[in-house]
Design a protein around this ligand. Structure first.
Ligand SMILES: *Cc1c(COP(=O)(O)O)cnc(C)c1O
Length: 366
């Protein structure tokens, strides 16, 4: 038995005929940038999320940058962001010239702790950028309430949470706008890079759709100093196909997660916890152990591939040494980075593979 960390084959087998048909359609259309396929996917995705608008972009990072830019956030501004997230969330803030202000997570859910947000708000704080980490929605009622009381913009980084909900409401609908990534390994992945912004604010939508295309609405007339970051026609066409399977694929991963949660039983391993009201679409199944490296070595020896998301917290990254943080400044994030391990979790994993993982994990001891 050999369990890869991720395996696209079951998804590809299911969609191959439709994907190949889409490829031929776009190929024959002779139109590859901002055409019918992008418009169609944008409609489909905003319908699914429940927002008025969707703007296809080049990737998840650019989606977040476009939102910040369109909200006029920049030099001298601060944006609150979880200390425990993928670095892209913070990079978007840095890219527009603003300062990321880190807030520690809840150790059990790994998501931002809403109770720690307010003490980080200052007069130059402009926004809260929330992340629904590993596929689990953050505590959005509390967070939206804080944003509202302090007149802050609320931005959601939904790059890991396509189709996740909080108290029955889809993530991506809680704030001013939300950024999605369609990086291949995400719950909804393209066959290359891709991203989207969703929003129900018409002015914001207009500005972002212009900013993504050189700041231009009318060819060779430029309203803003924009970017070139567009979802391309081929990726949009592929995503339109895969979109129709998202609920099914998420549902299947939820069943695998349930199986893991019910059957993994090892006193040296802490299982992920889902907060009340949160929904989890299991982009990643992340456990913790004091002897994480040993666990990874053992699973590797047993042909079970694992990954660490993420080994170095953002405040300890060389790229952010300019902020002057030291070891111990965000102890919960540091503890998480030392203890987390992501187990294989993908659509189409067989019962034999699931049982094999459970058996091996249960047999491990420190
Ligand atoms: C993947 C990811 C991004 C960036 O998406 P790209 O499409 O790779 O640019 C941003 N935030 C989070 C939380 C992510 O996981």
């Amino acid at each position: 038995m050999n369990v890869p960390f991720l395996n696209f084959n079951p998804m590809h087998e299911e969609t191959q005929v439709e994907i190949e048909r889409k490829f031929k359609e776009v190929y024959k259309s002779n139109w590859f940038i901002l055409g019918e396929s992008v418009s169609q996917f944008e409609k489909q995705f905003s319908n699914y999320i429940g927002t008025q608008y969707c703007i296809g972009t080049g990737n998840g990072l650019d989606s977040l940058i476009l939102i910040l830019k369109a909200l006029n956030i920049g030099e001298g501004d601060e944006v609150i962001v979880p200390s425990n997230t993928y670095i892209a969330t913070a990079l978007a803030i840095s890219r527009v010239g603003a300062k990321p202000v880190f807030v520690e997570p809840d150790i059990e859910t790994y998501n931002i702790n809403p109770n720690l947000i307010e003490s980080s708000i200052k007069s130059n704080t402009k926004a809260i950028m929330i992340v629904h980490l590993y596929g689990q929605s953050a505590i959005m009622d509390k967070i939206a309430d804080i944003a509202k009381r302090h007149s802050l913009f609320l931005i959601e980084d939904c790059a890991q949470a396509h189709g996740s909900k909080f108290k029955g409401k889809m993530v991506g609908t809680f704030g001013n706008a939300a950024g999605f990534s369609f990086f291949p390994s995400k719950s909804l992945g393209a066959l290359g890079d891709g991203g989207a912004v969703v929003t129900s604010d018409s002015e914001l939508s207009r500005k972002i759709s212009i900013l993504r295309n050189y700041g231009s609405n009318k060819k060779y007339y430029n309203e803003y100093k924009g970017y070139n970051t567009r979802l391309d026609e081929l990726q949009a066409a592929f995503l339109s196909v895969k979109m129709n399977y998202l609920e099914k694929w998420n549902g299947s991963k939820k069943r695998i997660a349930k199986n893991f949660l019910e059957n993994i039983n090892n006193k040296d391993i802490i299982l992920p916890k889902v907060a009340d009201g949160s929904d989890h679409v299991w982009h990643l199944f992340v456990v913790r152990s004091k002897r994480r490296d040993k666990l990874q070595e053992y699973l590797n020896y047993n042909n079970i591939d694992t990954l660490i998301h993420y080994p170095v917290p953002i405040h300890m990254q060389k790229a952010y040494s300019d902020l002057g943080y030291r070891k111990g400044d965000f102890p919960i994030s540091e503890k998480i980075s030392n203890e987390v391990l992501s187990l294989p979790m993908w659509y189409g994993m067989s019962n034999l593979e699931i049982e094999y993982i459970i058996e091996k994990v249960n047999k491990w001891s420190i």
